[in-house]
Ligand binder design. Structure first.
Ligand code: ZN
Length: 125
C-alpha cells in the first residue's frame, strides 16, 4: 500500500492525465468543427459490421486495410461520381419535358411517360 504522500501523487498524476485527455479531445473536436467535420452515428447489424470489416481489409489489399473514415469517404465519393454521371445522362422527362431528376416533382407520377412513374428507379442503389 503506497504511503499517503505517494497515494496523493498518484491521484494528482491521474487527475492531470484525465485533464490532458479531456483537453486533447476538446482541441480535436474544435479542429474538426472548424473543418466542418461532424460525427455521424449509424446503426448496423452484427452482419453488416462484419461485412464492413472484411471489405475494408479486402479492398485495402497489400497497401493495408482502409481506415473506417477513409472507407466511408471513398464509398460516398464513388457513389457521388456515379450519381453525377447518371444525372448527366437523364435529360428531360418524357411527359413534362422538364430537366431531371426534378422534372415535374411527381405531378404526373403514374403517367407512363413521366420519369417519376418507373424510371426513377434507375437512380436507386
Ligand atoms: Zn414528369
Amino acid at each position: 500500500m503506497p504511503s499517503g504522500k505517494l497515494r496523493d501523487e498518484i491521484k494528482d498524476k491521474k487527475q492531470a492525465q484525465r485533464e490532458a485527455a479531456a483537453k486533447r479531445k476538446r482541441i480535436q473536436r474544435e479542429r474538426q468543427s472548424a473543418l466542418g467535420i461532424a460525427i455521424v452515428e449509424v446503426s448496423l447489424t452484427k452482419g453488416q459490421r462484419e461485412t464492413l470489416e472484411i471489405n475494408r481489409v479486402i479492398r485495402g489489399g497489400l497497401r493495408g486495410e482502409y481506415g473506417l473514415d477513409e472507407y466511408i469517404e471513398t464509398l460516398i465519393r464513388r457513389d457521388n461520381e456515379q450519381l453525377e454521371k447518371q444525372i448527366a445522362a437523364l435529360g428531360d422527362c418524357g411527359k413534362c419535358k422538364s430537366s431531371l431528376p426534378g422534372g415535374c416533382d411527381g405531378l404526373f407520377k403514374g403517367d407512363c411517360e413521366c420519369w417519376h412513374t418507373f424510371s426513377y428507379r434507375e437512380l436507386m442503389l
